[in-house]
Write a protein that binds this ligand. Sequence first.
Ligand SMILES: [Fe+2]
Ligand SMILES: [Fe+2]
Length: 444
Amino acid sequence: MIKILLIEDDPKLKDKVTFLLEGIVGAVISTVTDFKAAAKTLTEHPDINLIVADYRSGNGKDVEVFQKLAVFIDTVVCVDDLSDAGATEGWNLTEKVERKSLATNLKQVIEKIAEKLESSEKLKFCRIKTSILLETSPLHADIYAKLSDVKYLKIFLQGDVFDKDDFKKYTEQKKIEYMYLREDSCQLFIHKYVYQIDEFIKNHQPPTPEQMSNMNMVAYESVQELTNVLGFNKDVQQLAKSHVQMTVQFMDKKPNLSRLLAKLKTQKGKYLADHSYLLSYIACGISTHLQWGSDTTFFKLSLASFLHDVAITDDKLAACNTIADAKSLGIGEKEMNLFRNHPTIAGDMVRKMSEIPPDVDAIISQHHELPDGKGFPRAIGANYISPLSTVFIVAHDMVRHIFFPPPEGFDLSTYLAGAQERFQHSNFRRVLTAAKKLDMPANE
Ligand SMILES: [Fe+2]
Ligand SMILES: [Fe+2]
């Protein structure tokens, strides 16, 4: 369906042109005779997607005000002379039509535009963090800004360079945190991004800690969004694997958690990405102190950290540790089911990944199980929880306490004392003893 706003100030033509446009299949027409009325209609009907402007008079100010309102809307302007550039000034011009051929041409021109609009509305778009454009530019893909749920505006053509000035302009001045790629150009974007990560690894060129946490945020959100749009296909899997490989290669295996936490606090990111990042460090730190510190173990724990909540997109839901926590959010049955099953969904996804060590799926599907059998989704109890899952469960619990500390602040020994009560099983005790050695000063 195409919603057209017709501005026709010639009373003799008003009904005729309206009638002409009504002949377009699927068109809904609103007709006004001046710009004040046009502005009112546009405000009341923000879903109007085409303007046809045929005016000869009008207070210049009213025209300007309206043009600003309509800056992102395709417009067909009717003119006396096609070569008169002044007649179309200020419009988001899609086409101009000569008045003398209005009766024969206008309908055809609009039918073509309607066809294009309809096909672009069917296209899926994928959201990417604006900052990643700096790393992947130039991309052989058009880049869009989102105007509404169905409308995207192309702002960079394929091959355009996106530089630091563009980054400043769009993120600082226009506050555009995300840009969009068409579904069919996502593969290209992923390949470029993976290449970038592989270069870091190959050149043994560790990113700065700021770069690392930013890259984590970008990779996390990209994998989640791409999974939503494309499914967890081979390219998306490769992106997740490459990112985790880089994290493992450059991470401090005995991390100074206070420094890391300070960084996360100033960065103020999103819980989903941040908790997965911290989780990876804590889980690997604990496994180092358990003398399980091999690269394979680090990779397993880090990949599990990165993907364990991939089925959840809501930060509040991700911050829930138990079914009761999720229920207290007052969410509907559909979301509740998603929460209950998110460990299984993510575990099944990871099981399909090629060339990854075994056990990662088990860690993920067990990440909300508890030693007393009161966890979910399977309530399996300590004897059935794998050793690496035990590390992961404790690390995950600790991360939640760090992000949601008691009023007096997070304190490792106070936390561990409480955890001893909750995790009463020898396997978990062993993990808690190792966690004591983490480098995290009291009252962080
Ligand atoms: Fe989680
Ligand atoms: Fe979870």
